[in-house]
Write a protein that binds this ligand. Structure first.
Ligand SMILES: [Zn+2]
Ligand SMILES: [Zn+2]
Length: 336
C-alpha cells in the first residue's frame, strides 16, 4: 500500500508499506479523508516537541472498515472516524475515565504512525460510528471535538459571555460549541481575514483584532463585566499571558492551545478574580459523539472551514505552500 512519510523536518517521501494484518480486537480501516492541522504543520516544520522522525502523519480520519476481529457494534463496510489517542487503560487518568490525558498516551500521527496510508489498523475501542456524515465532515470531527472538550471543561452556561482567543480550526470549533451551549461568543484573532470569516460564515457577533484595545471593547460588549469564560486557542505565549486580564472576576480560564514556554501572569490579577485555571487536552468519546450529533442536526457545518482539498499524490509538493499565510488556509483535507 501507498504511504506518505515525513522523513525529516521539511521533507515528505512516498513509500510502499505492507497492508496491516488483522489483530484480535482491531479493525482495518480503508482511509478516505485525512484532515491536516497545526500539529502536522509543526511536525513538518520541526517545531513539534518530542516528535520522532520518520513518522507517518494524519490523525483526523474518515474511513471505512474493511476487516475486523471481535469489535462489538461494528461491521465490515461501516463508515467510521477514529479517536486517535491510544490510551494505556490502567494509569490513574484512565482509571478516572480520562483517557484523553492518559499518562502513556500515544497519538496516531504524532507518537505513532498515522493515517496518511491506504489502510490503518485501529483498536476497536477507538472507533466511532460515522453513518450520516459525509467523509469530509467525518474527517473534521476530531478537531471539532477538541473545541467541544474545551467548552465542556469550561462548563459554559446559557447566557454567558465567552471570549475565544484564536480563530484557527480549533478556535472556530470552540466558538461554535460555545454558541450551541447558549453563550454569546466574542472572538479575537490577529488576522482580519479570519475575523471576517468568523462574522460572515459562523455568524459570531463580536470579532475583535487581538492587537487592538481588547479590554475596553470587552467592557463595552459585556456591559462592564468582562467575559466569565476565556478560552485560549492560539497556543501563543503572549496571548495566554495577557488573556487573564480579559477574564471576569469569578471566571474560568481554559487553555486548549499549547506552547512550550512558561506561563507567566500577575499573581494579584489571577488571585483577585479567584480564577479557575485549567487545561483542556484532546477529547473523549463523549465529545466525539456530541460533535457528530451537532453536525447531524445542522448546528455545525465544518465543511465550511475547508479551504483546500488535496489529492494524496500531491501532498508532498503542496504541503509547504499550506504554511504560507498568503494562501489563507483554514482547513486542508486530503482525499486519499
Ligand atoms: Zn489535529
Ligand atoms: Zn492511561
Amino acid at each position: 500500500m501507498k504511504t506518505l512519510i515525513c522523513t525529516i523536518p521539511g521533507n515528505f517521501e512516498y513509500g510502499l508499506g505492507a497492508i496491516p494484518t488483522l489483530q484480535p480486537g482491531h479493525a482495518i480501516i480503508k482511509i478516505k479523508k485525512v484532515g491536516i492541522c497545526g500539529t502536522d504543520f509543526h511536525a513538518f516544520e520541526g517545531t513539534q516537541p518530542y516528535f520522532d522522525y520518520p513518522r507517518i502523519l494524519g490523525h483526523e480520519l474518515a474511513g471505512e472498515i474493511i476487516a475486523l476481529d471481535d469489535v462489538p457494534g461494528f461491521k465490515e463496510g461501516d463508515t467510521v472516524t477514529v479517536i486517535p489517542y491510544e490510551n494505556c487503560g490502567h494509569c490513574v487518568a484512565c482509571r478516572a475515565g480520562k483517557p484523553n490525558c492518559c499518562e502513556h498516551i500515544a497519538v496516531f500521527g504524532v507518537h505513532k504512525d498515522g493515517g496518511m496510508v491506504d489502510y490503518l489498523a485501529v483498536p476497536g475501542r477507538l472507533l466511532v460510528h460515522g453513518a450520516g456524515l459525509t467523509e469530509e465532515q467525518l474527517a473534521m470531527v476530531e478537531p471539532l471535538s477538541i473545541g467541544a472538550h474545551g467548552i465542556r471543561r469550561a462548563a459554559v452556561q446559557q447566557g454567558e459571555y465567552v471570549l475565544i482567543m484564536g480563530a484557527g480550526p480549533i478556535g472556530l470549533a470552540a466558538m461554535e460549541m460555545a454558541r450551541i451551549a447558549g453563550a454569546t461568543v466574542i472572538a479575537t484573532d490577529i488576522r482580519e481575514v479570519r475575523l471576517q470569516f468568523v462574522k460572515n460564515t459562523l455568524g459570531i457577533p463580536h470579532a475583535l483584532l487581538a492587537n487592538g484595545d481588547v479590554a475596553t471593547q470587552l467592557r463595552t460588549i459585556t456591559g462592564g463585566d468582562l467575559p466569565t469564560v476565556v478560552i485560549d486557542a492560539t497556543g501563543n505565549q503572549q496571548a495566554i499571558n495577557n488573556g487573564i486580564r480579559y477574564l471576569a472576576h469569578g471566571g474560568r480560564y481554559v487553555l486548549i492551545g499549547l506552547q512550550k514556554e512558561m506561563l507567566m501572569f500577575s499573581h494579584p490579577e489571577f488571585h483577585k478574580r479567584e480564577t479557575t485555571l485549567m487545561s483542556s487536552r484532546n477529547a473523549t468519546r463523549a465529545d466525539f459523539e456530541e460533535v457528530i450529533r451537532c453536525i447531524k442536526q445542522g448546528l455545525v457545518s465544518p465543511e465550511k472551514y475547508i479551504t483546500h482539498r488535496i489529492k494524496f499524490g500531491d501532498v508532498k509538493h503542496v504541503f509547504p505552500s499550506l504554511l504560507d499565510p498568503r494562501n489563507e488556509v483554514i482547513k486542508a483535507v486530503v482525499d486519499m
